[in-house]
Design a binder for this molecule. Sequence first.
Ligand code: ATP
Ligand code: MG
Length: 460
Amino acid sequence: MPRPTTVHVCSSCGAEAPRWLGQCPGCGEWNTLVEETRAPAPAAGRGRSPAPAGRAVKPVPLSSVRAVQHVRLQTGIGELDRVLGGGLVPGSLVLIGGSPGIGKSTLTSMALGNLQGAGKRTLYVSGEESAAQIRLRAERLPGAALEVPVLAETDLETVVATLDAERPEVCVIDSVQTLHAADLTSAAGSVGQVREVADRITRLAKARDIAVLLVGHVTKEGSLAGPRVLEHLVDCVLQFEGERERTYRTLRALKNRFGSTNDVGVFEMRQGGLVEVQDASARFVGEATRAPGSAVLAAMEGSRPLLVEVQALVSPSELVPPRRVVNGIDRNRLALVLAVLGRHAGVSVGSADVFVNVAGGVRVDEPGADLAVALAVASAVRGLPLGGDSPKPVACFGEVGLTGELRSVGHADRRLAEARKFGLGPVIAPAGSEGGATEAPTLRAALRAALPQQPRARAA
Ligand SMILES: Nc1ncnc2c1ncn2[C@@H]1O[C@H](COP(=O)(O)OP(=O)(O)OP(=O)(O)O)[C@@H](O)[C@H]1O
Ligand SMILES: [Mg+2]
């Protein structure tokens, strides 16, 4: 009788090793191998070339395949539906990742509440909280959140059997890391377990046309915990980002088999749950200060223009090397911008500490933010507000090149239109942006346009 075998699987790259090793033979990472038990493979015939065990099937041309047009399920949360590409596709698996306390359970509970209210069959499976805890959350949420059937369970077999019996149209599994397959010896949340859970749920979801929202944990570094294969297995991967202490959260698609990955939803956490922020630009511009060190960036959040305030503080430092603290932008981009400012635009921060923050807890991960960072830092160094006495705040966008040139970025027309809509001006942009922008071919020219006054003081 063949016995189950034990293999060691890398939690980083998924490579297998016959025994435990300190370093993964696949990706070279240390301490990533975890033990996994495998069911025995069926015995192959002896002495002959191995005959295929399966039955051959005739492949069919695509033109004769019947394509089912699915009607997407509207979650009633406009920003979520938009990021999903127009709503949930029946039978699809959506993985929602995010740091602890960001609002994953709130978002999924609200979506189920709305769907339940719209007459859909729903089920909320929680391995993290008791039914009583889930009720407490549902009490503060709008819609039919209290009508959603819940199952507080961690055993995978029970969850799969319940799903099969209940046949909900939409189901939430909160979270994939807490479910446990009894036939695997490893602990819940381990690579093998997560893979098994996702695999079983996927098969059931596809067979029964259940749209599943899988909640996933993220690692310290912010990427989704568990094997990479989890991301391949699901149809859509959504990342819920923001900082717990801040009210704004963004939801973006990292992968979407049924829509674009360009859209971003902005939410605000309130007493009554997550509220969609449709007029995010108006909020951020309204809150923007016109003090030295503040610049308004016409950013693109996916396919949507968004005006955000970039703030910089430059202050004398006691430390060697001085601090470079960023919030909402990439630290390496700040280093690049500071180097170009010093080398090509005559703005040196010397040994001063530099802090850069995108107000409102928003993250802008695009090179188009460079110019706003540069102008905010230059304005802080000189102690002068951008635009001088102009009644309208200055807006800007553009990538800073290593030779001090300003490089164009995508969607200049939409950025300009958004800045104009909110009465900002001038809009400093790379050459060729047109549409009434104040075009600057270089960073030095952009500085001249934004800070016409002579330098008053240097911070360091
Ligand atoms: N009464 C309330 N008013 C406003 N915000 C609240 C209230 N109760 C909870 N919150 C917010 O909701 C957040 C928790 O949301 P939720 O439980 O949905 O997060 P989560 O991402 O599922 O967390 P976890 O990873 O722990 O499961 C809290 O961090 C808090 O900011
Ligand atoms: Mg939760």
